[in-house]
Design a protein around this ligand. Structure first.
Ligand code: ASP
Length: 329
């Protein structure tokens, strides 16, 4: 990556998304994400920073896979350690941007802060050839923010003009141009300083999300257990409450060694403590993480707990630290 003619530069990693999308028909709003290379997208913006780009994938982020994340994590870590890299910008689809932000926070947020660098995700709600395309401005803002030495190192997203801390990023609207909001994290949220290991492509623990809803049935949980699923994130109702039909199956899943985390299908707000009705007393709560983010966190916690280390921790210990729960630490 190093090139002696460029003393320092922003590394821009292209992964796809609507920001790299192209319209497929006229007038109906149809388009395909992940069509235009990052090198072309960069020709549409002006920046004072020297740039190097890298195309890691060019996908619709609804197709994001665990190998994609492993590859991106390794590349971001390499970039952070490269003394020539000022900061890193990642173009990404908006559908799973918050999952990637969560992943990056837990596998390299600590080293980004130690190196004093920013890793900034950006994307767009309109394809690159739309006449009101938001991608160029977002990309330009993300590069400016990544290059600014303002002491705010770590994992971020820039959509529109407002930077949002990676862990606080939530896509809260399916189609609005201003689709993201910043979750209000409590002031005592712990920033994990020890980055967790990146699971190799085929070693990601299998974690599924189950939603609690009226008329819920336990059969799905029993099937998942039979299939060898290691963890379940409950997208619970309200503050992580669970249907009486699901609770016993989830308890059995935990007794058999499965990991259960309680989040809320509402997708914003805090899920903590225990339930007043005593259900799922042994499950951990997801704190401020919505189900999709909690799933990534649980995968990383489960994987970390299987790695040899001088001070081995259980998945519960890792997870509690990651989400700032008082229970374990
Ligand atoms: N489906 C697209 C993606 O996530 C949506 C977007 O980028 O806005 O790649």
């Amino acid at each position: 990556m190093s090139n002696s003619s460029i003393p320092s530069f922003i590394l821009v990693i292209g992964t796809g998304g609507t920001i790299a999308g192209l319209t497929t028909d006229s007038g109906n709003g149809g388009y395909q994400a992940g069509q235009v290379p990052i090198s072309t997208l960069l020709t549409q913006i002006n920046t004072k920073f020297p740039i190097k780009n890298m195309q890691l994938s060019n996908i619709d982020s609804c197709d994001l896979s665990e190998p994609h994340l492993s590859k991106l994590g390794a590349q971001v870590r390499t970039g952070l350690a490269d003394t020539e890299v000022i900061g890193i910008v990642i173009t990404h689809g908006t559908d799973t941007m918050e999952e990637t932000a969560t992943f990056l926070e837990f596998i390299c947020g600590g080293s980004a802060r130690n190196f004093g660098k920013k890793v900034v995700l950006t994307g767009a709600m309109l394809p690159s050839d739309h006449r009101e395309a938001d991608g160029p401005q977002n990309l330009s803002n993300a590069i400016e923010f990544a290059g600014k030495r303002d002491g705010q190192s770590g994992i971020w997203a820039v959509m529109g003009s407002k930077p949002i801390p990676g862990l606080a990023l939530v896509k809260g609207h399916s189609s609005h141009i201003d689709a993201f909001f910043e979750e209000t994290l409590s002031p005592d949220w712990i920033q994990v300083s020890n980055d967790l290991p990146i699971p190799p492509d085929n070693q990601w623990p299998w974690v599924e999300i189950i939603t609690s809803h009226s008329g819920a049935r336990p059969d799905t949980i029993r099937s998942l257990e039979g299939l060898g699923v290691q963890g379940i994130v409950l997208a619970g109702t309200g503050a992580g409450t669970v249907h009486e039909n699901l609770a016993p199956a989830l308890e059995r899943f935990m007794e058999a060694g499965g990991a259960v985390v309680r989040a809320s299908r509402i997708g914003r707000g805090y899920v903590g403590g225990s339930l007043a009705n005593g259900r799922l007393a042994k499950a951990l709560s997801a704190g401020y993480l919505n189900p999709a983010k909690a799933r990534i966190a649980l995968q990383l916690a489960l994987f970390a707990s299987t790695q040899s280390s001088p001070n081995p921790l259980s998945w519960q210990d890792y997870f509690a630290r990651m989400v700032g729960l008082p229970e374990f630490r």
